[in-house]
Write a protein that binds this ligand. Structure first.
Ligand code: FMN
Length: 434
């Protein structure tokens, strides 16, 4: 299963472990001749880098992006792009004693039970370092998003809430409330000193978004945003618009009424039926406290023995500040996918390049389907051989062709065309099976 790949249009595959050689991505389906935004991607990566704030891990990584393929003289060549960030400051010794222990709150237990083998060093594939790949990929979709503005900021850390918003207040944590910032930093420093960690809530406001993004029923915009955000390590909850408050509201309080000038409120968070309304999209997500803490807790070893465990490695006191650029990257990727799909169905926005791109996509889908067909033909061959069944079955073939012609007619595809294709497919199938 391709569980490390993402995207319907600009697809990419993420790879690498926290203490392996590198973290990286392979991106396919990129048009040739696009100026590759290396500096912009590097800027975004710098914002995610460890060691940026007083509460982040002391792991010092340069996180410099290295291009291995697909870019020539600063432009995409249309070939697969491979980008990597090498892991330099990986203190694997810190993790040696954890080899046989399931750290509380981490993915160790589930990875081991599922795969029976995993790279335990620094969280391996479940590490926050994996998110480098998402930021690197999102740098390529800016052109598609045009004027869309994505704001991602914390609204709660522990017992502190953002109440008085001052968007001009600049600080390490992107905390918009000047009135309680000093108290918050004191609180975080105390938590850090105690070797503990703390969670928080992040709010997202997407502005200048057109109506019509998102597709029923399994590509709904809110569903896709939720999946993308929940795919980030340590995110445990998400709500759109009034979210969980809806449970206490009555219908007349929850509905977004309309008049001739548009919506009168935005309880739904800018999405109805999985499709953007054109209002701001608003959602919030909860980030759990960092699992690694310097406090002794109970756990078990791989052989089921109870052990007392205290984390020795380096870690973030609060993941919230570091998750902001990662969430923005995932939102960009989701929106780029939705915009690309919307372009295909709202033909007034399409130009010849878009039409060609759509046709190329369909041809590629046909190729993939043919490859699958060939693979199944191989299996049929094996099955028939094992069960001594004749390869040719003329009655079945005739019946199939008749059905195909009937279906083709209903789709306004000519009988001649479908007969030709069927002849070629059948020939290939017989070649494989003979
Ligand atoms: C940017 C980022 C940095 C992270 N840093 C740490 C860390 O320093 N220590 C830690 O225990 N978890 C850290 N995490 C969280 C783990 O990746 C995550 O909690 C863990 O793998 C368990 O997965 P789950 O919380 O999604 O169930 C980080 C996550 C992100 C996105």
């Amino acid at each position: 299963m391709k569980s490390n790949s993402y995207g319907r249009f600009m697809g990419f595959t993420s790879f690498g472990e926290s203490h392996g050689t590198a973290i990286g991505i392979v991106i396919e389906d990129v048009k040739p001749g696009i100026v590759f935004p290396l500096n912009k991607i590097q800027e975004e990566l710098d914002a995610r880098k460890p060691g940026k704030t007083f509460i982040s891990t002391t792991r010092k990584e340069e996180d410099k992006i290295v291009i291995l393929s697909g870019i020539f003289e600063g432009k995409t060549t249309g070939m697969p792009i491979c980008l990597v960030v090498y892991n330099r400051d990986a203190n694997s010794k810190d993790y040696e004693h954890l080899k046989d222990i399931f750290r509380p709150g981490h993915a160790d237990f589930t990875y081991y039970n599922k795969f029976k083998i995993y790279d335990h060093r620094g969280g391996g594939r479940a590490s926050g370092r994996e998110t480098i790949s998402r930021i690197a990929a999102s740098g390529l979709v800016d052109d598609l998003l045009k004027n869309i503005r994505i704001n991602v900021y914390p609204v709660q850390i522990g017992r502190f809430h953002v109440k008085e918003i001052d968007p001009d207040f600049r600080n390490d944590l992107n905390w918009f409330d000047r009135s309680n910032y000093n108290e918050l930093t004191k609180y975080l420093t105390e938590i850090k000193k105690a070797g503990n960690s703390i969670g928080g809530i992040v709010e997202v406001k997407i502005e200048n978004i057109s109506s019509g993004l998102g597709d029923p029923v399994f590509e709904k915009l809110d569903a896709n945003l939720a999946k993308a955000i929940l795919s980030i390590g340590s995110v445990k909850g998400i709500e759109f618009g009034d979210g969980f408050v809806f449970a206490a509201l009555k219908g007349d309080q929850a509905n977004d009424q309309m008049d001739s000038s548009g919506f009168k409120s935005n309880h739904s968070g800018g999405i109805l039926g999985g499709i953007s309304t054109g209002q701001n999209i608003i959602f919030r997500f909860a980030v759990k406290p960092t699992s690694s803490i310097n406090i002794t807790q109970k756990t078990i070893s791989k052989d089921g023995k109870e052990v007392a465990f205290k984390s020795g490695g380096r870690h973030d006191t609060c993941i919230v500040p570091r998750i902001l650029p990662v969430a923005k990257a995932m939102i960009k990727l989701v929106l780029a996918d939705a915009v690309s799909y919307q372009k295909l169905i709202s033909s007034n926005e399409l130009d010849l390049t878009d039409y060609r791109e759509a046709v190329d996509k369909i041809d590629e889908d046909i190729l993939i389907a043919l490859k699958r067909r060939n693979d199944i033909s191989e299996l049929i061959k094996k099955y028939k051989k094992e069960n001594q069944i004749k390869v040719e079955d003329n009655i079945r073939e005739k019946k199939l062709l008749k059905n195909l012609i009937k279906k083709a007619k209903s789709l306004e595809i000519s009988e001649e065309f479908i007969k030709e294709i069927w002849k070629i497919i059948l020939k290939e199938s017989k070649n494989i099976q003979s």
